[in-house]
Design a protein around this ligand. Structure first.
Ligand code: NAP
Length: 296
């Protein structure tokens, strides 16, 4: 196993801002600069991208803002992902598929650098596990791109614990970015969060509000969870968003939840969760509502 202390030099802000949906926010460059400044003022200094977000356009929207206000880059950590080949007008693949080859990872890293107008990416994640991944070859690619100064740290997303271990054996990984929310709890049981603690590699958490379904879905699980969370939130005097982030943050793997909202007020509510310490009964009440049964 790689020396796990090697991963400890890397820090993200406690809450990370996700840019998956930036193309939907319809902000002009000046508004994007202001949005970034407001996130930084809140203490959100890490920004999560992927090459494919917004139909391959999201990074460039953010990068335009960094170009317009060059002082911002040094105040933030840039995170991005690659490895998914998604069909698009200018990318007529026969099907969507994964690619962790040296040539593709290098090409996407270099494209992300151009899109973001950055000299270096602070963290690059392999977006999904590539079943055809050659772990030793991918580790060599990581090493080469790090030596060239293009990427400071590496990680993965949506990898099982054995997939993480395989790659981590060849190259230190600083995080596994996973889905976790009161509506999606698989990571509590599948071993990934246990491994994160074992290796002290803090996970990043995507869709902590279940992509908004926490507020909008009317399936039975969402109705139960919303009713329970509304009662807890009202007793604690906090919003549902703050409670959802506090619920994720309560996990001992010390996760970094990623916001997905375009509204600064929602980012403020996420940050408020850092001041909330849920007790175990409130945490389990939300677990019970999600599962639809009590603990065994
Ligand atoms: P999320 O926080 O679970 O969902 C954000 C969505 O919820 C937005 O559309 C937001 O709309 C909506 N929302 C927030 N508050 C709401 C409310 N009170 N009522 C109704 N809707 C509300 O996060 P996410 O965007 O799904 O994911 C967060 C980030 O994780 C992404 O940006 C991306 O960086 C990352 N991610 C990674 C992966 C991966 O495979 N690694 C997958 C998905 C996402 P408003 O903008 O209107 O607030």
């Amino acid at each position: 196993m790689a020396n796990t202390t090697a991963v400890h030099g890397f820090e993200l802000s406690p809450i990370v801002a996700g840019l998956w949906r930036i193309a939907d926010w319809n902000l002009d460059v000046r508004q994007r600069v202001r949005w970034i400044e407001q996130a930084l003022e809140l203490g959100i200094t890490s920004f999560d991208h992927a090459d494919i977000y917004g139909g391959y356009r999201a990074e460039a929207l953010f990068g335009e803002a960094l170009k317009a206000a060059p002082g911002l880059r040094d105040r933030m950590q840039l995170v991005t992902k690659c490895g998914i080949r998604l069909r698009a007008a200018e990318k007529p693949y026969r099907i969507n598929h994964y690619d962790s080859s040296a040539a593709y990872v290098r090409a996407q890293v270099e494209q992300s650098l151009r899109n973001l107008h950055a000299e270096q990416l602070d963290l690059v994640l392999i977006h999904r596990p590539d079943y055809l991944m050659d772990a030793a070859a991918l580790a060599d690619t990581f090493t080469t791109l790090t030596r060239e100064g293009k990427v400071a740290h590496w990680g993965v997303s949506n990898h099982s614990s054995s997939q993480f271990a395989l790659l981590h054996q060849h190259h230190p990984l600083v995080t596994n970015q996973l889905e976790l929310s009161p509506l999606q709890m698989s990571a509590l049981d599948d071993g990934t969060l246990d491994q994160a603690q074992q290796l002290r590699a803090r996970p990043m958490i995507w869709s902590p509000l279940a992509g908004g379904r926490l507020f909008t879905s009317d399936d039975a699980q969402a109705l139960r969870v919303r009713a329970e969370m509304s009662a807890v939130a009202s007793r604690l005097g906090i919003s549902l968003t703050t409670l959802a982030f506090a619920w994720v943050l309560r996990h001992p793997s010390r996760p970094h939840p990623i916001t997905g909202s375009g509204r600064i007020e929602s980012l403020r509510e996420a940050m408020a969760a850092l001041e909330v310490q849920l007790d175990a009964q409130d945490w389990y009440a939300i677990w019970v509502a999600s599962k639809g049964h009590g603990v065994p």
